[in-house]
Design a protein around this ligand. Structure first.
Ligand code: F6P
Length: 464
């Protein structure tokens, strides 16, 4: 293999540059040229195929900094439509003209879903990324446990995960954690810690919403910030139990901090946050407002009198407030765990291409005695009987629905990821950079400005 390409697809994460860096360092060693495709799959729909040579003379370009969040080659939520045969032919002929012999897509479950039509035309592998930590399997046969039910209106299907017959074991998880997850949890847990002091000082109840779509991994990880209650999408909300617990805690400590995953569901299985439904271009449901919906429920159930009784607040509305951690979870410098394993997975993706393992995924495996290692995994094993890839849900045993906190198994899951997740340099970096007087004088210098100067295009013979 002489030349390969890499692209980053879907929402950004802090560890994308680290993955690209790992791939480039490995490609340098193997004397393979590596081109970065600009703005994910969007690049392939453009006849000019904007790209950057990431390792001229087998040296990585200086803009490629594994400690910087985001992606220097840009990303988009564009995906390839398997039904668009002619478009796919155009894409593979463009890549051929560019001399590309293999492609690494850095992405999540949505990206992997869209890769099938490409792997039939060009050796393609996936390096995982997602703050949601939902690309993977709780055990190797989990994909076979999905079944589908036709929609009553005959327009499509509803996919249902049937109860598993596999004995759960942390060592059997396929892709234990995805790069980006650890940094997102750090930001979310810090958010919880910071909100706590306001809740404590002003006798308030805080509801903090974290990302993760339909998977509760980020919410689970916020346990490090010591919220009183964590609500995850994998367990239906028990409003009575929640109110009882909130009252108990508020009576005791005059403040309560609740974390909710954005995809939490009520007693009927309906998403609390999907009040204003919309979908992104890859068909994912865009969730908004789980925390707000929960706040309305709490205001109604607790009522003003409860807060007036001990003169803690004049109204329930005033006492109960919400905050979304939002996109700060996805941004900024990746911490050591993410940087290190992202680089290993990027490197593994290059090896998978070189070994001829088309349609494989680089995965991070865990062994309770030996720790983490990277491997290649056949992408087809992630697919259900109908070829679909489903976002991994947090294993139900990770959560104790009575205590509304991580269970013992959940704690055991978190420990290997987070115990040494922050490097000394992460702390030192903060000390040295945030109040650097130069920040006040200098305008922000965007990576995009420098990378733009390196963008090259495919010579044109097709109409644009
Ligand atoms: O999948 C990553 C993620 O950050 C989700 O946790 C969240 O629901 C979604 O993307 C937000 O997407 P956007 O940045 O397009 O609003």
């Amino acid at each position: 293999m002489k030349r390969i390409a890499i692209l980053t697809a879907g929402g950004d994460t802090p560890a994308l540059n680290a993955t690209i860096h790992g791939a480039v360092v490995r490609a340098n060693k193997l004397r393979i040229e590596i081109y970065g495709l600009i703005k994910g799959f969007n690049c392939l729909f453009n006849p000019r195929v904007p790209h950057v040579h990431l390792n001229p003379l087998f040296q990585e370009i200086p803009e490629l900094d594994p400690t910087k969040g985001g992606t220097l080659i840009g990303s988009s939520r564009d995906y390839i439509d398997p039904d668009q045969g002619p478009e796919l032919d155009l894409i593979s002929s463009r890549l051929k003209k560019l001399g590309i012999e293999g492609l690494i897509a850095v992405g999540g479950d949505g990206t992997l879903n869209g890769l099938q039509p490409l792997v039939e035309r060009l050796p393609t592998v996936l390096a995982p990324k997602t703050i949601d930590n939902d690309l993977g399997l709780n055990h190797s046969s989990e994909a076979d446990e999905w079944t589908r039910i036709p929609d009553p209106d005959g327009t499509g299907y509803r996919y249902v995960h049937t109860p598993s017959s596999a004995a759960f074991d942390l060592d059997q998880i396929v892709n234990y954690a995805t790069p980006g997850y650890a940094t997102a949890v750090l930001v979310a847990a810090q958010g919880v810690e910071r909100i706590r002091t306001t809740a404590e000082s002003h006798r308030r109840i805080a509801i903090i919403e974290v990302m993760g779509r339909h998977s509760g991994y980020i919410a689970l990880g916020t346990a490090y910030g010591q919220p009183d209650i964590i609500l995850v999408p994998e367990h239906m909300l028990d409003t009575d139990l929640l109110v009882e617990r909130v009252r108990y805690l508020y009576d005791l400590q005059k403040n309560v901090v609740i974390v909710c995953g954005e995809g939490i569901v009520d007693e009927r299985g309906e998403e609390l946050g999907a009040e204003s439904k919309s979908t992104d271009p890859s068909g994912n449901l865009v969730l908004s407002g789980a925390a707000e919906a929960l706040r309305s429920k709490m205001i109604q159930r607790l009522g003003d009198r409860y807060f007036q009784l001990y003169r803690r607040s004049s109204t329930a509305k005033e006492a109960i407030f919400t905050r979304k951690v939002g996109h700060t979870q996805r941004g900024g410098r990746p911490i050591l765990f993410d940087r290190f394993y992202a680089a290993m997975l990027g490197s593994q993706a290059v090896d998978l291409l070189v070994e001829g393992r088309n349609n494989a995924v680089a995965v991070l495996q865990y062994h309770s005695e030996k720790g983490f290692r990277v491997e290649g995994y056949d992408a087809n094993r992630f697919r259900d009987r109908w070829g679909l890839i489903h976002a991994r849900r947090m294993h139900p045993t990770f959560y104790d629905p009575r205590l509304m906190k991580p269970s013992r198994v959940g704690v055991d899951y978190l420990l290997p990821i987070f115990t040494a997740a922050i490097g000394h340099d992460d702390a030192e970096h903060m000390r040295q950079t945030i109040f650097d007087p130069g920040n006040l004088a200098e305008p922000y210098h965007s990576i995009n400005t420098d990378v733009h100067k390196r963008i090259r295009y495919l010579p044109q013979d097709e109409p644009s």
